[in-house]
Design a protein around this ligand. Structure first.
Ligand code: ADP
Ligand code: 5GP
Length: 190
């Protein structure tokens, strides 16, 4: 039987990567992380082929033209992110489940394409103020980028009702437990 897709979306800074890393590090589920392609620069510590496939603007455009993406979005002005067909198809065909960390428009798009074979989970912050504090605390973005990400969060939060389930990341352990529960119910269902 083909594998299933778990789509996880959230405004930047809501704790999506923290939750996904925790679930992947546990290693107790049959889940492969879908490594996206992007034309943004790597942050300190990020590696090509581990966190993202970091492509030049030209490489990204030519892969779009070649039809290599299941979906792609311009998430921030001039900054493109996309799910490569090659990244997910072979895993799905061999029966493995895939977890995708993608933006709200990409999440809704993938859900439309994969329907009942996918579960979409939306991670919400307890408040916009807390979201800003977390982005500042993470220390990876300039104040301008933080403003841009917080500004976009309200738009992104308006997509939450289109997701199959919503998890508020206030207490991290509770959010991890709720996310795992939703994933387990979905991947064990026939
Ligand atoms: P995202 O992947 O959604 O952009 P991150 O996982 O990088 O977000 O989390 C943003 C910051 O918030 C990180 O510094 C992370 O350690 C912190 N964080 C995540 N979840 C919580 C939580 N429940 N309470 C407090 N801080 C959190
Ligand atoms: P970051 O720059 O913080 O790593 O990611 C910014 C945003 O891009 C996040 O919302 C993340 O979920 C989204 N993103 C990452 N990969 C993809 C992808 O393949 N497709 C889409 N549509 N969004 C992605």
């Amino acid at each position: 039987m083909d594998g299933k897709l778990i789509i996880i979306s959230a405004p930047s800074g809501c704790g999506k990567s923290t939750i996904i890393s925790h679930i992947m590090d546990e290693g107790t589920r049959d889940l492969q992380f879908s490594i996206s392609a992007t034309n943004r620069s790597p942050r300190p510590g990020e590696q090509h082929g581990v966190h993202y496939y970091f492509l030049s603007d030209e490489e990204f455009k030519s892969r779009v033209a070649a039809g290599d993406f299941v979906e792609f979005e311009e998430v921030y002005p001039g900054r493109f992110y996309g799910t490569l067909r090659s990244e997910i198809e072979s895993h799905l065909k061999s029966g493995h489940n895939i977890i995708l960390d993608i933006d709200v428009r990409g999440g809704v798009n993938v859900k439309k394409q994969f329907g009942y074979r996918s579960l979409s989970i939306f991670i919400e912050p307890p408040s916009i103020g807390e979201l800003r504090r977390r982005l500042e605390g993470r220390g990876t973005d300039t104040p301008e980028v933080i403003d841009q990400r917080v500004g976009r969060a309200e738009y992104e939060l308006s997509f939450a009702p289109q997701y199959d389930c919503r998890v508020i990341n206030d207490d991290l352990n509770t959010a991890i437990r709720e996310t795992e529960q939703a994933i387990d119910n979905f991947i064990t269902a026939k």
